[in-house]
Design a protein around this ligand. Structure first.
Ligand SMILES: [Zn+2]
Length: 228
């Protein structure tokens, strides 16, 4: 019933801008011209002074670090991320992923990972939402970079039946939050890890460690937005 309602809704009302909720013009897609021009871009090009890189520097080794937008409360970026995450707007996720991909290629034209891996959602959240927002962003990014986006990492479910698996994982990954589903999918490869928004960087770091433990030769990181 819910989907039918939304389909009907879309027929009656025009598409709304993900950033400001105003109606979009026919030639506008996802964002209105105003929001598109006013997107608060992060310092994507200067990798040594990049905020995302600073959060990781010295903790773990990684390839490139990319971030597209600055996340602030009550901002265009917060509205967009909310729309992608909770509003079911997968199209906005792919669109922003494509924009992100174009920015990456502008700064690093030769950047070409072997695989894009999204930070996985909790299974419970995946079931209620039906999709992983980082995956749809990764799909858009992958379209531009010409790289496949695949859910190769999963969250470890902590319950009694998993005790044995958890013990092995604790050995493999100190944090034990993530595991690679099949090591052969990442072994010897350059993986680009993608997230929607980075705050402390600890989730991304734990996922990165899991990928390196599974044999990835290099892990680069990308986040659509960074909390400042
Ligand atoms: Zn707008």
């Amino acid at each position: 019933m819910k989907n039918l309602f939304y389909s009907f809704f879309e027929l009656v009302y025009p598409d709304l801008c993900s950033g400001c909720n105003n109606g979009l013009l026919v030639n506008e897609k996802v964002l209105c011209a105003f929001c598109l021009v006013n997107l608060p871009k992060a310092d994507i090009g200067l990798l040594t002074s990049n905020d995302l890189e600073k959060r990781f520097y010295g903790k773990v080794s990684f390839g490139h670090a990319f971030v597209y937008l600055r996340f602030q409360k009550k901002s265009i970026v917060q509205n967009i991320l909310f729309d992608i995450k909770y509003g079911g707007n997968k199209g906005a996720g792919r669109y922003l992923g494509e924009k992100f991909g174009m920015e990456i290629l502008k700064k690093s034209p030769s950047f070409k990972p072997d695989l894009i891996a999204p930070i996985p959602l909790h299974l419970k959240r995946f079931k209620s939402r039906g999709y992983n927002q980082s995956f749809v962003i990764g799909e858009g990014l992958g379209k531009i970079l010409g790289v496949t986006c695949k859910e190769v990492v999963e969250r470890v479910v902590s319950n009694t039946t998993q005790t044995k698996i958890n013990r092995i994982l604790r050995w493999k990954n100190v944090d034990g939050i993530f595991q690679v589903r099949d090591d052969s999918e990442v072994s010897g490869k350059h993986i680009l890890l993608i997230d929607d928004v980075v705050t402390t960087g600890s989730t991304m770091e734990a996922c990165l460690v899991a990928l390196l433990d599974a044999g990835a030769s290099k892990v680069s990181i990308a986040s659509l937005a960074i909390a400042t």
